[in-house]
Design a protein around this ligand. Sequence first.
Ligand SMILES: [Zn+2]
Ligand SMILES: [Zn+2]
Length: 314
Amino acid sequence: MDRFFSIIAGYIDQYAILPVLYRCGWMQWSDLSFDWALVCVYGLFAVLATYAICWPLEAAFPVERWPDKKAVAVDVLYTLLSRVGIIPVVSFLLFYQVQTAFSGALVDAGFIPPDLESLIPGLFGHPVVTFLIYALILDGADYWRHRLSHRFRAWYALHALHHAQRQMSFWSDDRNHILDDLISFAWFFVVGLAIGIPPLQFPLLILLLRFMESLSHANIKLSFGPAEYVLVSPRFHRRHHAMRAAGRRSCNYGAVFSVWDILFHTADFTNAYFPTGDARAPEAMASGGYVAQQLAGARLFLRALTQTRPRPQP
Ligand SMILES: [Zn+2]
Ligand SMILES: [Zn+2]
């Protein structure tokens, strides 16, 4: 599979990226152009695989049926921008470059950055177990990032864009304000440095976690039964997006594993499929186009930063 991706990335690099770099006089980037293409190919594969699995399920077992799906179309744009477009290229390469430079500087200073296998020697030779522990730790970090984004008014002003969607579908996972994406990136960057994720493992780990996150937003009547005590299902995450839970008094913050919500007493396993949205968010955030949503989020963010009065909670 990896070889297949590499061959496609090679073609894209050779026939699309390199000629552009050459024509524009940017050949200093040519060492990295194959990696750019590979990141885009991985992203595109992830989007297609998610679509192939989630679309039939949404058609067969929908929670809601919408005659007009205009609001879903914006979420498709968010997904393509953040998984195939410029964002993964920049974030992956930035992570890779800075992590390599940072680790190199630490080694030069006589300090070996930690990684899980050196902290727990028993993990040597068990890459799948190591992979799962990394996934669990990253998910725990994401639990706290998400929970804090509901706690601070200015941060929630950005995150409200994610919650404003009333037509929530498997496309909705990437529906985020660009400043919120930047905060997430910085958050994972620090965590990644702290636990020493091998750079090559990072994109695969993210792809798998991201699929589960897309599925959890899907407009599907689906719970995982007893497995819901470990994994976040569409029903579990829909409870987080419930219109009446928007804001500080939310629950079910976990992205992939529900264990963090259970551990920190924020899990709610109510067997119901609530309408989604945030009634307090500006309408432009719910039904506007991409630019209108981003501007509305930025305005709400600035207002929250400049006002001292706490936003009243429902
Ligand atoms: Zn949230
Ligand atoms: Zn969500």
